[in-house]
Design a protein around this ligand. Structure first.
Ligand SMILES: [Zn+2]
Length: 92
């Protein structure tokens, strides 16, 4: 019997695509307002859905920190892997 998925923190649950649940979502526009909210336009890289998301600034900052950590982990993984081999270019 599969275990129930772990509950996500609010700032990450709000991030996942509501259509396909993918976390492969990119910020395409971001604006902060004087009330302390961050308004973002998001696009899901998996299904292409566009949407608007508004979060209180503290939650948006926590999300930014999680995104930075994910990007740093991806960068470390790329640096760890050997460079891909390329086929020689044939002379004409
Ligand atoms: Zn999606």
């Amino acid at each position: 019997m599969p275990s129930a998925p772990a509950a996500r923190p609010l700032y990450l649950a709000a991030w996942a695509c509501p259509r396909c649940t993918s976390g492969a979502v990119a910020v395409t526009a971001r604006r902060e307002d004087p009330t302390g909210h961050v308004h973002q336009t998001l696009r899901c890289g998996a299904c292409g859905t566009w949407r608007a998301l508004s979060l209180p600034r503290p939650l948006a900052e926590r999300f930014d920190a999680a995104l930075d950590a994910d990007l740093a982990a991806m960068r470390r993984e790329l640096e760890r892997r050997p460079a891909p081999r390329r086929a020689p270019i044939a002379a004409r």
